[in-house]
Design a protein around this ligand. Structure first.
Ligand code: PRP
Ligand code: URA
Length: 209
């Protein structure tokens, strides 16, 4: 079973609280999503592989550990996942970025795929799938299915707000995937929105309705 990590860092809790507020502007919402993704990314990248590199300091030759930057892929689930990409790239600027396009059918709440483009060496990469919301879990589970079908193996899922229902689905469907969450909420409502949640993440990021 994959591990579930819920962040209790005060900065993440404070910024997530601001994200939830109905009066937060599109500009502030976007900045907060980026900042929280970066703070979470610091912890979520803790197990990234390092390689030994020989360097020369002003004093002597030595060996140091450096990130294998070319081995990372960030895969946002379109469209709201895009908001988390820049925060992650600020930490790992050499990462490649794939995209999975999914939306929830408004009636069935089932995910519908409309786009998938991944780095062609995806099977070699540590993959960070990012999406602000894990509600029923349908979108995240389907996105990870698509990534695995194209060869992805080592996958981490990062989201800002998760419902217990979504965590359960993702753990059942993908027990090999660790899940990083800024806040675990109470439940889903009758429209499969997270309660208390923050509303529709895509609409709030892009100012659509
Ligand atoms: C939202 C969110 C997730 C999905 C979560 O996207 O960004 O992808 O819903 O819900 P689920 O866990 O029940 O599948 P949405 O379908 O609204 O599309 P958008 O990002 O294009 O707004
Ligand atoms: N997608 C969102 O953007 N918000 C929710 O609460 C559930 C799914």
């Amino acid at each position: 079973m994959g591990n579930v990590y819920v962040f209790d860092h005060p900065l993440i809790q404070h910024k997530t609280a601001m994200l939830r507020m109905a009066e937060t502007s599109v500009k502030d919402f976007r900045e907060l999503v980026k900042e929280i993704a970066m703070l979470m990314g610091y912890e979520a990248t803790r197990k990234l592989p390092l390689e030994e590199v020989k360097i020369t300091t002003p004093i002597c030759d030595t060996s140091v550990n450096m990130l294998k930057g070319e081995d990372i892929a960030i895969v946002p689930i379109l469209r709201a996942g895009l908001g988390m990409v820049d925060g992650m790239l600020a930490l790992v600027p050499n990462a490649k970025v794939g995209h999975v396009g999914l939306y929830r059918d408004p009636d069935t709440h089932e995910p519908v795929e409309y786009y998938c483009k991944l780095p062609n060496d995806i099977e070699k990469r540590e993959i960070f799938v990012v999406d602000p919301m894990l509600a029923t879990g349908g979108s995240a589970s389907a996105a990870i299915d698509f990534i695995k079908a194209r060869g992805g193996k080592r996958i981490i899922f990062m989201c800002l707000i998760a419902a217990p229902e979504g965590i359960e689905v993702l753990q059942k469907d993908h027990p090999d995937v660790d899940i990083f969450i800024a806040a675990k909420d109470e439940k889903l409502n009758e429209n499969a929105y997270i309660v208390p949640g923050l509303g529709d993440a895509g609409d709030r990021l892009y100012g659509t309705k």
